[in-house]
Every structure is written in structure tokens, then in C-alpha cells.
Design a protein around this ligand. Structure first.
Ligand SMILES: [Zn+2]
Length: 468
């Protein structure tokens, strides 16, 4: 009983604290992200979790928490459109989940789309929505539909199993149906049909050997990782059908197909993509730096992410990097693969696509939060302007979620999920890594405080496998 009362009181307290605080950011440069522009020397009033006022001559209410924004830039909070939690994995204690979500907040990630659903995520989603935990706004895809058992999944090998998995996912309250791999074409078609019938959107991989890009585009699926695109680019006279998407990345033989890529096919594929579903989440930083560019143990150890991983995971991935068969693939070929993917991203953007920024963390020692900024840089490096890269984590996710009227830009009346930056990200996208503070649901956290969270959380997550 006492525990229940404590929970009730702390819940009320959290909710009241969020409501009570009025924040005024004085003399700040606002980057609203509606169009590419900077509104200089604005005062932004944040009240009851919303942006109450923006203007050059706004009066600051009495008792407000006043933040000096001089020389700083205010942007929308970032949305990570593809992430997972370590605590999704049964090996980890569930108790670390709230710490994991705080790592994201400390990095300015105020909205996430969890891409392989678990029942625990639905609880976290509800707690976050009610303001009971300090966490991003959460969207959760279903447990993944797959042809082979892989954990947190629905193994679907008949059309009826697929329909059943779709119905169960919808009934449980998941936001999207997630596909991964080894799903046979007729099973996929059944899932797509059922999802359309009951009204739930489909997202995820497009297994190039089973489903294929054509079928996924026809189904208007929102595709992750540019899966299936390399195969679709193979020249008509190529001696193979397979290429380097998805799990097929791991077989060095498949990389030979890169000699048969027909780049002249890119514009048409980009056009067809946008006609099918303009939202494309390439997770390019993850793909490029995990499988494309070489990574040294020194560079991995030097990342701020490293200290958050239990030793067992650090050793596992460092060992993987030494032993992977990918090391047999010439670096030149891997660089070519990155360049092709960059060209695809740029072409889809130019064709009118809405690129989404997804980190695909926390595998391979890339941690959520930190990796979000690397993804923005990767999109910029692929040829998107800093503004377009920032759109991929702000405005475009809001369009995808259907919440553009309340999130995704810095405008009066919108939800106050914001980041205060020390320099202009439209000039240099890596400015998102130099933060003065983060505003979550109207509450301001200085980066000094957020960095303290990270120092406290890192040993807790890293030690979480010892305790269990
Ligand atoms: Zn993923």
C-alpha cells in the first residue's frame, strides 16, 4: 500500500512539476524547420508543456525560469526513427529501460520509434505519455514478423499465421507492423492484405530473396536500411540475382555483385519509391560504419558510447570486428557500396522523398542518442543539405507520425520538445552535438545536468549483467 501511495504521489509530483514550470528563452535564434530560415533574437515562452509564445518583443512572465539564448540556436527535439533497447533482450534486466531512455534525452532525442516491439515497450510508451518517466515520446512497432525464429518475433510461415500476427499486433496496441527476414512472398502478401484491412501501417525490411523491392513498393511499405535496393540496381545481364542487402551482407561472395550495379537505374527506382511511400529510413550511419568503412578497436574504445556497454558486449563486438568474414571483402568494394547507398539517398531525396533519420542502435557498440548525431552527419555526407538532414529528424518524422500539427517544428502551440544549441546547425550539422540544454515536454534540462545523468547511468547499464 505504501508503495502504491508513493507511486501516486511521485506521479502527481512529476505531472505538477511539468505543468508548473514556465520557461523563457531570451534573445535566441530560432530555427523553426517549417522552411529553411533563422529567426534572430527571439524570446520563446514555454508553458504547460507547449510553446506559448515566440517573438522579438515578448514579455517574460513573472517567476519564469529564464534562460539566456544569446548566440544560441533553438531547434525541435530530434526523433530517432529506428532504435531498440538493450532491455529488449531477455539477457538484460528490464530495470535498465528507464536509464536507456534518459540516455536518449541527454542527447536531445525526444521522440523514438522502437522497431522491434515487446510488451514492456507498451508499458514504457504509456508511462512516457502520462509524464511518469523522463523519456522520449515512444512509438512501438510490433514484434517482428519473420520466417525463422529470432526472438521478440512472430514466426510466420503460412498466410494464416501472418494474418493472425497482424491482428494480434493491432489488438495489443502496437503502432506498426514490422517485417524482417525470411518471409515467403505469399505470407508477406497475406500480412500486407490483413494490415490494410484492419488499418495498421507496415514498416521494416524487404528481404531481397523472398519479398523483393518490387513487392514491397507495391505494398507501399515504409522500407528500412534501403533493403532490396542493391539487388534492384543489378544490371539486366548480371550473372547473379543476390546482392548486399540485409543479412546477405555477411557473405563475402555477395559483394562480387557490386561489379554489376547499373547506376543508370537509380533515378527510376527513386521515382518509384517516392510514388509508393515517400518515407525512407536508410540508417546510413549504421550501415556505412558497421559494414562499409573500416573501424579500429581504438576508435571504438574512444567513442563516448563504449562505457555504457557491459564488458561481455564490448568483448563480443570487438571480437566480431576481428573475426567477421566481411574482412575478406576489399575495402574498395565496401567503399563503393557506401557510395551507391549515398547516391540512392540523394536520388530519393531529389525525387521528393521524405528521408527519415534512424540510428539502428544499440548493436555493434553504437549507442542510441550519440548515434543520432552521426546519422544526421551521414545524411549530410550523402549529399543532403544540413537543413534537409535536420528535417529527417524533426519535420519528416512528424509528417510520418501524422502529428505535424503538434510536433516537429518550433511554432506557437506546438509541444515543447526542443534543443538549445551553441552554434548554427544549418551551417554545420554537427552543431547538434554541442548543446546548451534540452527541453522535454516543457521542462528545461541544462546539458551540464544531462551530462551528470550520463555519468551516473553509464556504470549502471554497463554493470547490469553482473547484477542479474
Ligand atoms: Zn533495427
Amino acid at each position: 500500500m505504501k508503495k502504491i501511495i508513493t507511486v501516486i504521489i511521485s506521479t502527481l509530483f512529476l505531472a505538477a512539476a511539468a505543468l508548473a514550470q514556465t520557461v523563457a528563452i531570451r534573445n535566441v535564434n530560432v530555427i523553426p524547420m517549417d522552411t529553411e530560415r533563422v529567426l534572430a533574437n527571439q524570446t520563446v515562452i514555454i508553458k504547460d508543456g507547449l510553446i506559448a509564445e515566440i517573438g522579438p518583443k515578448v514579455k517574460i512572465p513573472k517567476g519564469a525560469n529564464v534562460i539566456d539564448g544569446t548566440g544560441k540556436y533553438l531547434i525541435p527535439g530530434l526523433a530517432d526513427m529506428h532504435t531498440h533497447l538493450m532491455s529488449d533482450d531477455a539477457e538484460f534486466p528490464k530495470s535498465i529501460a528507464e536509464d536507456e531512455l534518459k540516455v536518449m534525452i541527454a542527447n536531445g532525442v525526444t521522440t523514438i520509434r522502437l522497431m522491434i516491439g515487446t510488451p514492456d515497450q507498451l508499458v514504457l510508451r504509456a508511462k512516457s505519455a502520462r509524464g511518469e518517466i523522463i523519456a522520449p515520446t515512444i512509438y512501438a512497432a510490433s514484434p517482428h514478423l519473420t520466417g525463422r525464429e529470432q526472438g521478440n518475433d512472430f514466426v510466420v510461415n503460412t498466410p494464416e499465421e501472418a494474418r493472425d500476427a497482424v491482428r494480434k499486433s493491432k489488438a495489443a496496441g502496437y503502432d506498426y507492423i514490422k517485417f524482417t527476414t525470411f518471409i515467403k512472398a505469399d505470407v508477406y502478401e497475406a500480412a500486407v492484405d490483413e494490415a490494410a484491412k484492419i488499418g495498421i501501417r507496415i514498416v521494416g525490411h524487404a528481404d531481397s530473396r523472398f519479398v523483393g523491392l518490387d513487392r514491397a513498393l507495391k505494398a507501399r511499405q515504409q522500407i528500412e536500411h534501403l533493403d532490396g535496393y542493391l539487388e534492384a540496381l543489378l544490371a539486366d545481364n548480371a550473372p547473379m540475382k543476390g546482392s548486399v542487402s540485409d543479412l546477405y551482407i555477411y557473405d563475402p561472395k555477395n559483394w562480387e555483385s557490386l561489379d554489376y550495379v547499373d547506376m543508370s537505374k537509380i533515378p527510376l527506382i527513386a521515382k518509384r519509391t517516392v510514388e509508393s511511400n515517400p518515407f525512407v529510413d536508410p540508417t546510413q550511419h549504421f550501415m556505412k560504419n558497421t559494414f562499409g568503412l573500416p573501424r579500429t578497436e581504438e576508435s571504438v574504445r574512444a567513442q563516448p558510447d563504449f562505457r555504457f556497454y557491459p564488458k561481455k558486449k564490448q568483448d563480443f563486438y570487438l571480437n566480431y570486428m576481428k573475426r567477421t568474414r566481411l574482412n575478406q571483402v576489399p575495402l574498395e568494394k565496401r567503399a563503393k557500396w557506401v557510395a551507391i547507398k549515398d547516391k540512392l539517398i540523394r536520388a530519393i531525396y531529389d525525387a521528393g522523398g521524405k528521408i527519415l533519420a534512424g540510428s539502428d542502435t544499440p548493436e555493434f557498440l553504437w549507442l542510441y542518442g550519440f548515434s543520432m548525431h552521426r546519422e544526421l552527419k551521414a545524411l549530410n555526407d550523402a549529399g543532403l543539405s544540413p537543413f534537409a538532414a535536420l528535417e529527417a529528424a524533426t519535420r519528416n518524422p512528424a509528417l510520418f507520425f501524422g502529428t505535424i500539427r503538434t510536433t516537429g517544428t518550433v511554432e506557437k502551440g506546438k509541444q515543447a520538445d526542443l534543443i538549445l544549441l551553441n552554434s548554427n546547425p544549418l551551417v554545420d550539422i554537427s552543431a547538434t552535438e554541442r548543446r546548451a540544454g534540452v527541453i522535454l515536454k516543457g521542462k528545461y534540462y541544462s546539458q551540464t545536468e544531462l551530462d551528470r545523468w550520463l555519468d551516473e547511468i553509464a556504470p549502471r547499464i554497463a554493470g547490469s549483467l553482473d547484477e542479474k
